[in-house]
Design a binder for this molecule. Sequence first.
Ligand code: ZN
Ligand code: ZN
Length: 486
Amino acid sequence: MQRLLHFFLLCLLFGTCSSDLLAQDLDLRGTISHQQTDSYVTVPFEVPPGIQRLDVSFTYTGREDHTTLDLGLLDPQRFRGWSGGNKHAFSVGIADATPSYLPGPLPPGTWKLLIGVAFLGEGHTSNYQAYIHFVRANEADTTGFTSAPIATGERWYRGDLHMHTAHSDGSCTSQSGKMVPCPLFVTVEDAVKQKLDFIAITDHNTISHYDAERELQPYFDQILLIPGREITTYSGHANIFGSTSFIDFRAEAKGAPSINNVFRAAHAAGAIVSINHPGDPTGASCIGCGWSVTDTDWSLVDGVEAINGNDPAHYDSDIRFWDQQLAKGYRLVAIGGSDTHRPERVTIGHPTTVVHAQELSVHGILDAIRKGHVCIDLTASHDKVIDIEASDGVSHAAMEDTLTAAGNDHVFWTAHITGAAGSTLHWVVDGKESSALPPQPVGDAEDKVTWTSDGQRHWIRAEIRTADGTLQLLSNPIFVNWPTKP
Ligand SMILES: [Zn+2]
Ligand SMILES: [Zn+2]
């Protein structure tokens, strides 16, 4: 009654009379008796409109007496799956479902849990409880394919945020040597061989790969599968990480809305947005590859793919694009992605995005990317890291943080570098090398240097290069005298 009162109050005040306001989780309980053995019991429940996923957990008493209740699901029109006695919890969404269950639209109306009473001893009863959680269409759906972290503990986690499979234009070699659409599990196996902690499979525009990922994640329980997709328009490509909801990609086409609408939808779904290979040329050979959207709302963009693939010829233009956005005041986090379409040609993890996160979960990795605690390893090593910090003796700033330094203040810059002894550390001030922060050989210890502030706004990042100038590691910047990131 109280809920109804709240509902009508909201309806009167805000005009929000949508029936999904009444969509709340269900706690279904009942008792099965011995007489119902060898029968199917249906438990009806109402699914309101506007639901994009339902998560069911099911328990019952009497297991110690060999009571066995099987489980299945029917929607108002069709059979939605049967897990028998093999699962106590399952999830059914629009694009993906726990194996045994069928993904697809979740029509409103009367659904039924199907309980198969396989065994219940004479004179016994069993109390069951089914808890049903609804995820609404306007809610973030960013739990990914596992609700628990893959690993806990604050450290650097290594991953690849851009790749393609059979669900778009990814291919690999078949048993008999033909090029065939590459099954998603081959891609995950390749990522495991590269010893990566996480990957995002980013097939073009579609969400069909999520069902395979939900099946594979329990098996690949040491590599996190982050929901991803590459929004691919005629004016540019952008990756969306974290959400499994469908987001309409038909932007920047004739009569279509602005890409900013796509970005808003992604953020509303709890996802983050990164512009891909922005400095690439665009034309017949690669349609919409460079970023040519003229009215981009950069406040809706979280990151930029500063390093795409393993071809050094592409690196300068993408890094320059990133620097140009920073110069305009847009604090985009640099990430990397192999963009592999054929793992034999471009190794997964080349480049590797290295993220300092609290835990290996979708939330943990995306949160660290939002904060900019990220560097890029262009060598596909298993250990290279660069981290920088700045201090004026009182305040300390990490990558993507802001430090305030008045004119003539001394700022101490430190680079923590792993796995690159013998290379050279280059400090990059406002996108250029500066005599105020000269290059230093990478030693075994931390590399420190003092810089005198002029009180102006700067961003300072670091690169590690070999003697012949090959870029190995790229840090994100520390911002001096900038407004704090909102
Ligand atoms: Zn692309
Ligand atoms: Zn791509």
